[in-house]
Design a protein. Structure first.
Length: 295
């Protein structure tokens, strides 16, 4: 009786995990855009015009030109782009873009009141030589924007959501099935030994899952970088430029934090994303190969 109850509990947990992973992709407008969208008061921030321009530029080269209408943009609260959904699903896909997509020239930054403090003054880190260097890290060229949109489109095209949705619940179920059969390995051992064996296996399984999920995340990010960079040599160079600027931006944020300001939002490097330096090194190799092939 207890084994049946446990099996049902595991099945329900696996189903819940599946739903939690799948719902944001099946209903991206309701569970991603609505939650992560940046608003001023209750008004949505208008999406930068160059998002659609760069989408039209790169989508034919990714083979999704006829599915552009299934992709919706929104300005997100994150410092980094994000995406959810798929063009083959009924509700399509969404791509969240950060405020930096507005910043092509230094004058564009000054238009946003969010960069001013409570007294209406420009913060110290936006003034003088330091401020000029800091603002440069926020400026994105059209090629950098194209690379970032291409990166998110690559996730969508490769259907990366499938492995992300199925890995956790399937791993849980398989681990349970294996753990429930450990008694066959030690049929004459005391119950406590079998219990320790089950607990040990579950701990090892969780560690292996964590490593597998981390590897999958990194692989998908590297692959998305590669697909985006192969769109066009200029797009690849734009990706390198964005990574270099982002690394300088992070350095500035660490400096500002030491001055007592709020800690910058994490980019998820480590588990969900590889370190920017690792991505940069791989992208530089790809750019070098692309440039050599062009001559």
């Amino acid at each position: 009786m207890s084994s049946i109850f446990l099996r049902v509990a595991v099945g329900v947990t696996a189903g819940t995990l599946f739903c939690l992973k799948a719902v944001p992709h099946v209903f991206p407008h309701e569970y991603v855009k609505r939650v992560m969208e940046l608003k001023v008061g209750s008004t949505e921030v208008e999406v930068p015009a160059r998002c659609k321009e760069q989408l039209a530029r790169i989508s034919p080269k990714l083979g999704i030109n006829h599915k552009q209408e299934k992709i919706a943009f929104f300005v997100c609260k994150s410092l980094f782009p994000m995406s959810a959904g798929a063009t083959w699903l009924p509700n399509g896909a969404v791509i969240g873009v950060p405020l930096t997509f507005f910043f092509k020239q230094e004058e564009d930054i000054a238009r946003f009141q969010q960069v001013r403090d409570k007294n209406g003054q420009v913060p110290f880190y936006l003034r003088g030589k330091i401020g000029s260097k800091f603002k440069d890290t926020l400026l994105l060229s059209d090629d950098s924007v194209a690379f970032l949109i291409g990166h998110e489109l690559s996730h969508i095209k490769r259907i990366d959501l499938a492995s992300q949705v199925f890995l956790a619940p399937s791993w849980l179920y398989v681990s349970f099935e294996v753990a429930s059969r450990t008694r066959r390995l030690v049929p004459k051992a005391p119950v406590i030994v079998d219990g320790i064996l089950k607990i040990g296996f579950c701990l090892v399984s969780y560690f292996c899952y964590w490593r597998a999920q981390r590897y999958l995340n990194h692989y998908q990010e590297f692959k998305a970088d590669e697909m985006s960079a192969r769109i066009d040599p200029d797009v690849a160079v734009g990706g390198v430029d964005w990574m270099l600027k982002t690394m300088r931006f992070n350095s500035f944020m660490r400096y500002i934090h030491e001055r007592g300001t709020t800690r910058v939002q994490s980019s998820g490097q480590g588990y969900t994303h590889p370190k920017l330096l690792e991505r940069l090194r791989k992208l530089e190799v790809l750019v070098d190969q692309t440039m050599k092939g062009a001559f």
